[in-house]
Write a protein that binds this ligand. Sequence first.
Ligand code: AMP
Length: 218
Amino acid sequence: MRIVLLGPPGAGKGTQAKMLAEKLNVPHISTGEMLRDAVAAQSDLGKRVKEIMDRGELVPDDVMVEVVKERLSQPDAKDGFILDGFPRTVAQAEALEKMLAQMKRPLDAVVELDVGEDEIIRRLSGRWVCSSCGANFHTVTRPPIEAGKCDYCGSPLIQRDDDKPEAISRRLQVYRAQTQPLIDYYRERRLLRTVNGRQGVEKTLEAISEVLGIDARS
Ligand code: AMP
């Protein structure tokens, strides 16, 4: 299946995309994660995008389209993928539509995770991420077993630079202005499936599975 997960920062796209990808046995393609890896590796791409990301702004469309085109051309994406964090603008959605049409592999669905802004701010400001494996934790809803340490690999937990208060409000503004129009874009193409993202992680996964017509337990 070829699926896009859409929703504001903190809606749970990363968590859901990861679980869905495992269940469907397709790659989870997170553009945010790819960019953070590039920043950590101090590659040319990483150097170019670091400041933009820290401010909570969007990386230019042409850069993102190239990154995704390259990723989708890899063999593991041949039988499907879960895109998380891309597209984020109408220009990116148009570019994606074009590249998938060329590959004769159109999208199956776009799942929108619907979560109110109060909840988003609460989630993002308590979010901690493993510096090594990328697992997410939350001071209130998902605290690690040992404070400051990843449950899975024991590495230190860090707060993302763009989860700091100024960047959060900028990211929400950017989402409203640039990404929200994609909801209508995909509704018009009859690909949009909206899911309540305010439920817990498992319930949300069940709801996503249901709109996609896949078995939640498999
Ligand atoms: P995310 O992890 O999806 O919240 O992405 C973190 C940051 O990476 C965003 O705030 C942007 O600065 C950048 N980014 C990720 N995906 C995109 C995209 N599709 N277009 C532009 N910028 C992106």
